[in-house]
Design a protein around this ligand. Structure first.
Ligand SMILES: Nc1ncnc2c1ncn2[C@@H]1O[C@H](COP(=O)(O)OP(=O)(O)OP(=O)(O)O)[C@@H](O)[C@H]1O
Ligand SMILES: [Mg+2]
Length: 274
């Protein structure tokens, strides 16, 4: 537990990031400002999603949170410690599962623990527990190519959880999956996050997903991306998104409509020539 009254697990303070523009000529700017003045914080145990137009800097924010990139302005803190390099306090999961092809599923899940020097017996206990939680029991000796896309993402989630990170950063973890598998995985993720009492910040383009899975949604503007709205999802059943969608259908739809308005989805649609 943290001393801070707000109990933040991850906190972005006035974060900005610019990249050198490789197309820079007299006509183009020397820098691309990806994000600017981003203030965003996730409390202990909260699940927060981040939505915004393509190219607004969502992945850039998560990459900085994971320590892969350094901000050009401002600072990011995990458990009140400044993030200045990739570290085990942050678990990062991407659209592509990045499992190691030559390792079994169990060995993939244990990979981070192995690097940390955790003894085999403890690694084994932890991976068995996660194999069960992520519904992969019976597949521990399989290799990634022997699993479906949904199962591979579950294995990637188990691997991310294995090191017991303070915060999980998930960059469109389900966007490469078909609609049905995606719903099952959303359910798995929500249940697992609740059971493990984990804090998560995740990016999605799926507005209904953001409402079904989150406590709060942060909405970003076009690039240079900044937070334009923060919406509390005041609905029960965060640990059970299928039930939330079912029992609170109308409320979910109202939130989705509000998010569409903020993202100007209607205006964009009316610009499309049919
Ligand atoms: N390593 C990099 N070098 C140069 N420019 C980059 C780099 N990473 C991102 N950018 C630029 O920063 C901007 C934000 O990119 P980012 O990938 O964060 O957007 P995004 O919101 O995740 O988009 P999407 O929804 O399409 O995934 C884009 O203009 C992108 O071209
Ligand atoms: Mg992205």
């Amino acid at each position: 537990m943290l001393d801070s009254p707000d109990n933040y697990r991850i906190e972005y303070r006035s974060v900005g990031k610019q990249f050198v523009n490789i197309q820079s000529t007299g006509n183009h700017d020397e820098f691309i400002i990806a994000v600017k003045e981003v203030d965003l914080a996730v409390r202990d145990g909260e699940v927060v999603s981040l939505i915004g137009p393509s190219g607004c800097g969502k992945s850039t924010l998560l990459n900085m949170g994971s320590g892969l990139y350094q901000p050009s302005a401002g600072d990011i803190y995990v458990d009140e410690e400044r993030v200045d390099r990739p570290n085990a306090h942050v678990g990062f999961m991407l659209q592509k599962d990045l499992l190691l092809a030559w390792r079994t599923i169990r060995k993939n899940i244990e990979f981070g623990l192995e690097i940390q020097g955790v003894p085999a017996i403890i690694r084994n206990e932890r991976s068995s527990e996660l194999l069960e939680k992520c519904r992969l029991s019976g597949f521990e000796e399989h290799y990634p190519h022997q699993l479906s896309g949904g199962m591979r993402q579950r294995a990637a989630l188990a691997r991310t959880l294995a090191a017991d990170p303070s915060v999980l950063l998930l960059d469109e973890p389900f966007s490469a999956l078909d609609a049905q598998t995606k719903m099952i995985l959303q359910q798995d993720l929500a249940e697992t996050l609740a059971a493990e009492k984990k804090t998560a910040l995740f990016i999605t383009h799926d507005l209904a997903e953001s409402v079904a899975l989150s406590d709060r949604v942060f909405v970003m503007s076009q690039r240079p991306g900044t937070i334009i709205e923060e919406i509390d999802i005041d609905l029960p059943l965060r640990e059970n998104p299928l039930a939330r969608r079912h029992d609170w259908q109308k409320d979910v739809a109202v939130y989705v409509t509000r998010l569409m308005e903020l993202l100007h989805v209607g205006e964009l649609a009316s610009e499309v020539e049919i």
